[in-house]
Design a protein around this ligand. Structure first.
Ligand SMILES: C[S@@+](CC[C@H](N)C(=O)[O-])C[C@H]1O[C@@H](n2cnc3c(N)ncnc32)[C@H](O)[C@@H]1O
Length: 326
């Protein structure tokens, strides 16, 4: 770190943990420094915590003869700097340059007994596909009422997906809720098995960007199910997800941890299979442990999910309490 004035960019500062780490480093170095921190954080709920962290840093640095000036930008860093700046180090925030930029995606602390580094979908033998039924192209197969189990199958859409569950209306509601099973529709049907279902779109006001339900074999009255195109389904390339595995995956998708991560990598409310494939995931032992913990709770609440994940992944306490506020 250079001596004298050090200009620091913290884009996506969260509660300021990385800026605080830099300040702590300054305290361990010889020589006086004047820090100028520009912290961008577009989640307005975090701003008071970010300010508290930076005030704490100020007190610690000033007590040791350093100086610190900080600015919290409660704005979208990317939008705010999209125009005009040639690079991160040239003209961000209308100023000339930075000495240091700090950023960090969320991370999993590995269990001591785990052989696994964070894994991706494919490493776990998982696949994700989009529901094959595009309703306006398959109108001849849409049914408002169910036929016999040989002749129809449930048609599942986004509104059928709830966290950890798949729900069906008890009575016909005037909308097509079933799909004809015949030779011509066969390629649009999936075998009824255990899947994790993910909504492909979420409304802006929804608490989580990812909403994951579990579909059980027994949820379907027929040997098949039809999945509409606004639903992604997750399955194993070979074999079937166990109940613990499916609940563990759904818990991760429904968690604050992955929600934070997903929002950091995706600006849109659309949930693409490609982005899901890049999410870091723990190994099967941890996923199953999470699943065991949440499935005993029936329909677990958010707090229960975060606790199960924090326990299985040994998340640091500060990260966990940060996420608990999300
Ligand atoms: C992955 S967290 C990291 C937080 C912090 N840097 C840390 O390591 O603890 C990313 C943070 O960036 C914020 N963020 C994401 N996109 C942003 C954007 N375009 N502009 C400003 N903040 C953003 C999120 O609200 C979130 O708090």
């Amino acid at each position: 770190m250079p001596a004298g004035t050090v200009r620091i960019l913290d884009p996506g500062a969260g509660v300021g943990i990385l800026s605080a780490a830099v300040c702590q480093r300054v305290l361990s170095l010889p020589g006086r420094r004047d820090l100028e921190i520009d912290a961008w954080e577009n989640d307005e709920h975090l701003a008071p915590f970010l300010r508290r962290t930076l005030e704490h840093c100020r007190a610690a640095l000033e007590a040791h003869g350093h100086q610190i000036k900080y600015t919290i930008h409660r704005k979208d860093f990317i939008l705010d700097n999209a125009l005009g700046a040639k690079s991160l180090f040239d003209g961000v925030g209308g100023k000339s340059s930075y000495d240091v930029a700090i950023m960090n995606p969320p991370y999993f602390k590995l269990r001591k007994d785990s052989d696994h580094a964070p894994l991706r979908f494919r490493d776990l033998g998982l696949q994700i596909s989009t529901g094959p039924v595009v309703t306006f192209r398959a109108t001849e197969h849409l049914l408002r009422e169910r036929a016999s189990r040989e002749k129809s199958a449930p048609l599942l859409m986004m509104h059928n997906i709830r966290p950890f569950a798949t729900v069906f209306p008890d009575k016909p509601n005037g909308k097509p809720g079933h799909f004809r099973v015949c030779e011509a529709s066969r390629s649009l049907l999936l075998p009824a098995r255990r899947y994790v279902l993910l909504k492909r779109f979420t409304a802006k006001e929804e608490r989580r960007r990812l909403v994951a339900g579990v579909l059980e074999r027994s949820d379907s009255y027929a040997p098949f199910v039809a999945l509409e195109n606004h639903v992604n389904y997750v399955y194993k390339a070979s074999g079937e997800l166990s109940r613990d595995e499916a609940f563990g995956l759904a818990a991760l998708f429904n968690s604050a941890l992955l929600d934070r991560y997903f929002r950091a990598i995706s600006g849109s409310t659309q949930v693409n299979a490609t982005e899901i494939r890049t999410l870091p995931l723990p190994g099967w032992p941890e996923i199953s442990e999470i699943g065991r913990r949440v499935s005993v709770a029936g329909c677990p609440d958010l707090k229960h999910i975060e606790q199960a994940i924090a326990h299985a992944l040994c998340l640091p306490v500060d990260l966990n309490s940060y996420l608990a506020g999300c």
